[in-house]
Design a protein. Structure first.
Length: 208
C-alpha cells in the first residue's frame, strides 16, 4: 500500500488496493470504530485485509479468533517462504476465502481516499506553520479539522466495494498527468495537490 508519510512513518498509497494490496487502517478508522474492524486486520501487514483469506491449518484449530490475511500479502509471503505458514509455527499452509470477513469489510463506509490524503497534507502543513502551546494546539487542531470538512472537494462517502468505481468515474480529485512532477520529484506532494486542483477545474469545464 502507499499512503502519506506522516512524522517519519512509511509511505502508503491508498489507491493501490486495486492491485490487491490491503486497505490503510488509519483511513478506514477515520470513518469507522476500531471495534468494527475486529477480525478484519491482516495478520502480516496489520492493515485492513483486502480479499481476506483465513488460515485453516490443523495446528490452528484451537485458535479462538480467525487468522485473517489479505490475499496479496499471503501470496507474497508464501512465495518468499517456501509455502510455510505465516504464523511461523509449522511447515505448509492451508487457507480459504474468509467470506465473513470479506462481506464485513466490503460494507465498511469510507470517505474518498484522495480527499483523505488532501486533508492530511493540509492539516500537516497548517500544524507545521505556527508554534502553539499545548492548549492552543489542541484548540487549533479542532479548527483545522473543521476547516478541512468545510473545504472538502470530494463528498464521497460509501462502501468500500463501490470505491474503485467512484475513483475511476466520478471523483473530482482524479489525478491528471503532470510533467512537472517527474522534474521536481521532491515537490511531489505539493504538485499532487496542484494537479488535483487543475483536474477539478477541467472537470467543471467539461461538465458545462
Amino acid at each position: 500500500m502507499y499512503f502519506l508519510n506522516i512524522e517519519g512513518e512509511e509511505e502508503y498509497n491508498l489507491e493501490n488496493f486495486s492491485n490487491g494490496d490491503c486497505f490503510n487502517k488509519d483511513w478506514v478508522v477515520s470513518s469507522n470504530t476500531e471495534k468494527r474492524l475486529k477480525n478484519c486486520i491482516c495478520l502480516l501487514c496489520h492493515q485492513v485485509a483486502n480479499k481476506a483469506m483465513e488460515l485453516t491449518c490443523e495446528q490452528h484449530q484451537d485458535t479462538n479468533e480467525p487468522l485473517v490475511i489479505g490475499e496479496e500479502c499471503l501470496k507474497r509471503y508464501l512465495q518468499s517462504n517456501n509455502d510455510n505458514c505465516p504464523t511461523h509455527m509449522h511447515e505448509g499452509c492451508h487457507f480459504m476465502k474468509s467470506k465473513f470477513a470479506r462481506q464485513q469489510i466490503s460494507q465498511l463506509l469510507v470517505i474518498c481516499p484522495r480527499q483523505y490524503m488532501l486533508e492530511k497534507e493540509e492539516e500537516k502543513t497548517r500544524k507545521g506553520s505556527i508554534m502553539f502551546t499545548n492548549s492552543e494546539y489542541l484548540e487549533r487542531e479542532g479548527d483545522i479539522k473543521n476547516e478541512s470538512k468545510c473545504n472538502r472537494v470530494c463528498e464521497f462517502r460509501g462502501q468500500i466495494d463501490v470505491l474503485e468505481k467512484h475513483l475511476r468515474t466520478s471523483c473530482l480529485l482524479s489525478v491528471i498527468s503532470c510533467p512537472f512532477k517527474s522534474i521536481y520529484n521532491l515537490m511531489g506532494k505539493s504538485i499532487w495537490i496542484c494537479c488535483s486542483g487543475i483536474s477539478i477545474y477541467w472537470n467543471k469545464v467539461l461538465s458545462n
